[in-house]
Write a protein of this length. Sequence first.
Length: 377
Amino acid sequence: MNAPNDSTVLRVATASPYDVVVGHDVLDRLRGLLPEGVQRVAIITPESLEDLLEPFADLLEGLDVIVLQVPDGEEAKTWEVAAACWESLGEEGFTRSDAVVTLGGGATTDLGGFVAATWLRGVAVVHVPTTVLAMVDAAVGGKTGINTPAGKNLVGSFHEPAGVLCDLALLATLPRAEVVAGLGEVVKCGFIADPRILELVETTEPAELTADSPVLRELVERAIQVKADVVAGDLKETGGVDGHPGREVLNYGHTLAHAVEKATDYAIRHGEAVALGCVYVAELAARAGGLSPELVARHRAVFGRVGLPTSLPTSLLGGEGVDFDTLLATMRVDKKARGNQLRFVVLEDLARPVVLAGPSEADLRAAYAALSGLAGS
Ligand SMILES: NC(=O)c1ccc[n+]([C@@H]2O[C@H](COP(=O)([O-])OP(=O)(O)OC[C@H]3O[C@@H](n4cnc5c(N)ncnc54)[C@H](O)[C@@H]3O)[C@@H](O)[C@H]2O)c1
Ligand SMILES: [Zn+2]
């Protein structure tokens, strides 16, 4: 699957298919991902990543380029920032034949995708993600959105990109903790669909998973492929077929993860919470569905190996611990719950995900005790 300049092109075969180009030093592929006839490009990017902007003047030579600088990270995902972007596009007379390019982490691709989805009811967007999480998750799949005071990602739209460009060289400046957090989603993909991901992690020195690592590149490619396969089959979360959970499978570990994020006031990184959530559902599946103890142990081993938390010591939570009743109450209002019944994606076996609906409270509590290292006590 390698193209001549050593990039990998993964096709996301949705109704309007698009390419995800992955490689090292592949920014020169940007031009080819823009729709034909584009005259103007608005680059949406955080102020903090100004240094990464430098090559774009040359890359987009001949086009009219405007740069819309937005706040860093989650601060960008507000309607005020979206409105400021709309205003700039209005001032520039941005038309349907122009395009948005996002350059940043998942917060930037979510905001920029949302601006592109809503301006003139949708203009083309090409994502250039700069975090592992954005490469393997946020930039692929067409979900865009902003936050409201009532919660995260409550306003948004499905708007598939025209293309996604994952240049691993952009990760060189990404703090290690962010790389590790992104690997949480990668490992999740290993358990739900591609066990080769787990083998690669198990046989590679974690410290070697740096921006220039061919193994990190393979892990990113494999995780993107998992997401691409899922969204191509089920873009709008209508559900899967033949017992497969459909797009909901990507939510493996996320029900508890979201509750932990909320309980810690988002002090914990998403990928860290996902690792905890995946260990939790493995423990739950061991009780409610008979998942083997070896596979539960493998969850702890692989997430732990890349540096992610796999149990819930009170120190992780500011010395306070998190009361399970609080988490349970949050999980019950999670948007993934239907009616009053809790739903979890669990594994029957490696890469065999199914939906577990309405597990018993005893199993829910026992799995939490196991996650907290209190099993059997
Ligand atoms: N749309 C989706 O399907 C989807 C999926 C998963 C996550 N998300 C969203 O993605 C967001 C999280 O994404 P994230 O983890 O990338 O967070 P982020 O965008 O907040 O980036 C994390 C931090 O890293 C910095 N950063 C980014 N790239 C850098 C680089 N190359 N060098 C140095 N610093 C860099 C950012 O400035 C920020 O401070 C959340 O808002 C989440 O809701 C969306
Ligand atoms: Zn996630």
